[in-house]
Design a protein around this ligand. Structure first.
Ligand code: PHE
Length: 361
């Protein structure tokens, strides 16, 4: 027969080794089962011992019994706990969602180009001026030296608006160019003045290179002795900065606008290679703007004395610039709001044009 110590060790081992509740139950029965439980049997043998031996064995055996019962209780709660852990692990649900691509709108190329042009002229000391898109007939035409019977009025394909805000019986128009802002800015700020005025303009025209609404940027610089040379330098600086090239060569072609004298249309030297524009080289010329020295009648309409002040003005087609710089083939696509087109040609909202970071990066 095993010694009491062996008996104890054997039962404690099999309890500690029980991996399941039924292992543990088997270990319990081996110790205390009614028929074959070893500890139970030993306890019942106590009665047949002589008193001296019983007195020696009984306390030891009782201690071992208590120890084994405690071990069974402990192991039981361990097994219950790990069964719970296993169940929790098995029923675990991942309630997180995979990260979603952030939807982000884009900045329209026309808006981006307006920002770029504004950054360049701000750097040259021009401030931004504004005027209304529904304009009085007088600002859009008369004040710009275009009297009622002038043929230029027909050329502009004007949209008329029935009611005049001025209440003078004259119709309002959707402004056909940004030049009326010249008059408004001079009347507001006087001379000397240096302003640009970007904005929407309207003409009744529609084909691959014309839309009924498009964008211009007007420039006006008035001081005591401003000449065509200043105009040329300013426009060359602008083109170099805008197209991000070392050299931009401009050609001034004599032209006619009622509000400038002399007047010039300005072409930019360029070449087309595989449908891409190269500025400053090649044998092609691309018309980009109209300009000239402000007509004395226009200065007068702006409240500026033509005997004291003179200056230049220009008007650039913004959409045309955007098409050239970013390779957009059809002007009409600018205004179709096709989301795929906007994703392709649009700019990231944080991609804010600034000269110090390289205009378009
Ligand atoms: N307003 C003219 C146009 O729309 C452009 C222009 C502006 C020309 C200023 C000369 C001076 O065609």
């Amino acid at each position: 027969m095993d010694s009491l110590q062996d008996l104890r060790a054997r039962h404690l081992d099999s309890i500690a080794g029980a991996e399941t509740e039924s292992d543990l139950e088997a270990a319990r029965l081996a110790a205390f089962g009614r028929k074959s439980g070893e500890i139970g049997q030993r306890l019942s043998q106590l009665g047949g011992m002589d008193p001296g031996e019983r007195k020696r064995i009984a306390p030891q055996l009782n201690r071992i019994k208590d120890e084994i019962l405690a071990a069974i209780g402990e192991r039981k709660s361990e097994l219950a706990e790990s069964a719970l852990d296993a169940r929790i692990a098995g029923e675990r649900q991942d309630v997180t969602l995979p990260g979603r691509h952030r939807r982000c709108g884009s900045v329209h190329p026309v808006s981006q180009v307006i920002e770029e042009v504004t950054a360049i002229f701000a750097d040259l000391g021009f401030e931004v001026a504004e005027g209304p898109q529904i304009e009085e007939d007088w600002y859009n035409f008369d004040a710009l030296n275009i009297p009622p019977e002038h043929p230029a009025r027909q050329e502009h394909d004007t949209f008329f608006v029935r009611h005049s805000a001025a209440g003078d019986g004259q119709p309002n128009v959707l402004r056909t160019h940004t030049s009326p802002v010249q008059i408004r800015a001079m009347r507001e700020k006087g001379a000397p003045i240096r302003v640009i005025a970007p904005g929407r303009v309207y003409r009744c025209d529609y084909d691959q290179t014309h839309t009924p609404m498009f964008h211009q940027i007007e420039g006006l610089a008035i001081d005591r002795d401003i000449s065509m040379a200043h105009l040329k330098w300013t426009l060359e600086e602008f083109c170099r900065a805008f197209f991000e090239v070392e050299k931009a060569e401009l050609r001034f072609r004599a032209s006619h606008f009622p509000f400038t004298e002399p007047s010039a249309e300005v072409d930019l030297r360029c070449s087309w290679e595989d449908g891409r524009l190269k500025v400053g080289e090649g044998d092609d010329w691309m018309e980009i703007l109209g300009s000239g020295m402000v007509h004395p009648n226009v200065l007068k309409a702006g409240g500026v004395d033509p005997d004291q002040w003179q200056g230049f003005a220009f008007g650039i087609g913004i959409d045309r610039l955007a098409m050239l710089k970013y390779g957009v083939p059809d002007l009409r696509s600018f205004f179709e709001s096709d989301i795929r087109w906007l994703r392709h040609y649009g700019f990231h909202p944080l991609d804010i044009p600034a000269l110090h970071s390289g205009l378009s990066r």
